[in-house]
Ligand binder design. Structure first.
Ligand code: ZN
Length: 343
């Protein structure tokens, strides 16, 4: 039987939620990842301060430690950066272990109702400066919700903001999260070494046709919306290029089935249950399985300044079908085949 062994993944963008959903979704990631960035847009309690970071890490570790089998997994903590976030809040969060601050521009995705309104206010500039000073990363949901702007153009209209920030903060490490356009790939490629991008597994699979082109497919719907074929091609090329500026951030975003299959379905694709398999299948399809370790397990760690994971995972080449449901949530590509399976 053909097998493939690689370092444990670093998932540099993951939604673990809280409560019962946290207990359900976290163990998937723990099985194969050495680390994962825990996104801070949780509800009812958002992660905004040092106290929130400590509280949320405790919740995550409690679920990890209750698993019947123990794996070497550490959550990487973040805080949400809002208009009211001060340099002191950033420094306090850093002191208790937060490695990054995440910006959600107002209104662009799940739980961004209190997102950042102004990237260039005096206070937020000071906050970014403080982050640069202590070596905390700035993670950006790179979309803007502007009047008369289609949802598919939101990333395009955000890119000038990114350009201005890169000009103003040449030493601040920034990550443009879950990029979805050829334009974003090209821009990140050109910037200096302080700017990187995460790419999700689902954006390597989807175009907008998979969301609205053959019935409305709520389980493919996510932000940023998948786009054109040329955009997907560019993402595949970047992810498999071996360029260390592009690394894995799954943006696995579970919502219970009824929150997706309704009149106003939530956005987010749930890839956590089968992330290594989804990646291995896609990389192999393009003859680039040898690039998966860099994309999934090395470049993210290097950009964050972390040692590489020592543990390994093994996949076997075996065709099987993704289950129709995992707990309360319908996984990405439910019912469809994968060519690899995690041992
Ligand atoms: Zn996300």
């Amino acid at each position: 039987m053909t097998t493939f062994t690689m370092r444990r993944l670093d998932d540099m963008h993951c939604h673990f939620r809280t409560g019962a959903l946290l207990e359900e979704v976290l163990p998937w990631t723990v099985r194969y990842a050495g680390r994962a960035i825990a996104m801070p847009n949780t509800r009812p309690r958002a992660i905004l301060t040092a106290d929130d970071v400590v509280w949320y890490r405790d919740q995550i570790l409690r679920v990890r430690d209750a698993m019947p089998v123990q794996y070497p997994f550490e959550p990487l903590m973040t805080i949400e950066i809002r208009d009211s976030t001060t340099p002191q809040m950033v420094m306090d969060a850093y002191r208790v272990g937060a490695v990054a601050g995440k910006v959600y521009p107002l209104g662009v995705t799940t739980n961004s109702d209190e997102g950042l309104r102004d990237f260039f206010s005096t206070q937020i500039q000071e906050t970014f400066r403080a982050m640069r000073g202590i070596g905390m990363l700035l993670l950006m949901h790179g979309e803007l919700d502007k009047p008369r702007t289609l949802v598919t153009k939101r990333e395009h209209v955000f890119l000038p903001v990114l350009c201005r920030l890169v000009d103003m903060f040449p030493d601040l490490r920034m990550v443009l999260e879950h990029i979805s356009t050829k334009e974003a790939v090209e821009l990140v490629w050109e910037f200096g070494p302080n700017v990187a991008a995460t790419i999700t597994a689902h954006h390597l699979y989807l175009t907008l046709n998979d969301v609205i082109g053959d019935g409305i497919r709520p389980h493919n719907g996510c932000m940023p919306m998948p786009k054109d074929f040329s955009d997907r091609d560019a993402l595949i090329e970047a992810a498999m290029s071996g360029n260390p500026k592009f690394f894995l951030g799954s943006d696995s975003a579970p919502h219970p089935r009824e929150k997706k299959e309704c009149a106003r379905g939530a956005c987010g694709d749930y890839t956590a249950p089968h992330l290594p398999e989804l990646l291995a299948t896609k990389f192999e399809e393009h003859g680039k399985l040898n690039r998966l370790d860099g994309f999934g397990s090395r470049f993210g760690a290097e950009f964050y300044g972390l040692p590489l994971n020592e543990g390994k995972i093994t996949l076997t080449q075996e065709t099987w079908c993704i289950p129709e449901q995992c707990g309360m949530v319908v996984p990405f590509r439910a019912g469809l085949p994968l060519r690899w399976q995690l041992v």
